[in-house]
Structures are given as structure tokens and as C-alpha cells.
Design a protein around this ligand. Sequence first.
Ligand SMILES: N[C@@H](CCC(=O)N[C@@H](CS)C(=O)NCC(=O)O)C(=O)O
Length: 104
Amino acid sequence: MYILHGGDFTRAPLVQWVLEEGKIAYEFRRIDILNGEHRSAEFLAMNPAGLVPVLVTPEGMPQQEAAGGIEDKLAKGTPRLRHARKHNGAARVPVALQGTASQP
Ligand SMILES: N[C@@H](CCC(=O)N[C@@H](CS)C(=O)NCC(=O)O)C(=O)O
């Protein structure tokens, strides 16, 4: 199962949105960045950059790229999301499926 490490004031909800729309099973682990949990040895072992979100694949591989890249991989690897992307005029297809390449 996927494990999404996210929390308040992060881009994790964008990844979570895609997981939900794709009906992909995942566990959510809350990281409190206001209290520095993203700087813990445990978190840095997973993502040395100390940035949230991190999605760990069912194979145990942490995806360390930006939220948009994680979303893109999920969308490409999930038939339901590929279909939604193809028909992205549909009202319920989230903007997140277009990727979130633009960021501050
Ligand atoms: N390019 C990354 C940025 C990740 C990022 O900057 N995450 C922020 C929260 S949105 C973070 O972890 N900040 C903690 C810090 O900079 O110490 C993405 O789009 O996911």
C-alpha cells in the first residue's frame, strides 16, 4: 500500500486528491512541519531534502520529487486516472490531474 507523508501547510492534499480520485489504497501519516517533524532523522532518511509531501510506494520506494511529479506518476500508472485525463473536460476531474508544475 502507498504511504503518504503529509500534513498542514504542505502540498500533500494535492497528492491525496489524486489518490482519492484514483481510488488507490493508501495510508496517511501526518508530519507536523510547524514542530519540525520533517527534520527528524527518520524523515530525513526518507527524504534528505526534508520536504513534504513524500509518497512511499507499495515497494517501499520514497518518491521525493515535487507534488506535481508524484501526481503525474500516479496518473500515468492508474487506468482510472489515465481515462479521466483523456476526458479532462469532465466536471469532476481535478486540476491536480493536470499536474502542479507551477509553484512559487
Ligand atoms: N517542490 C515541492 C516543494 C515541497 C515543499 O516546499 N514543501 C514544504 C511544504 S509545502 C516543506 O516541506 N517545507 C518545509 C521546510 O521547508 O522546512 C513540492 O511541490 O512538493
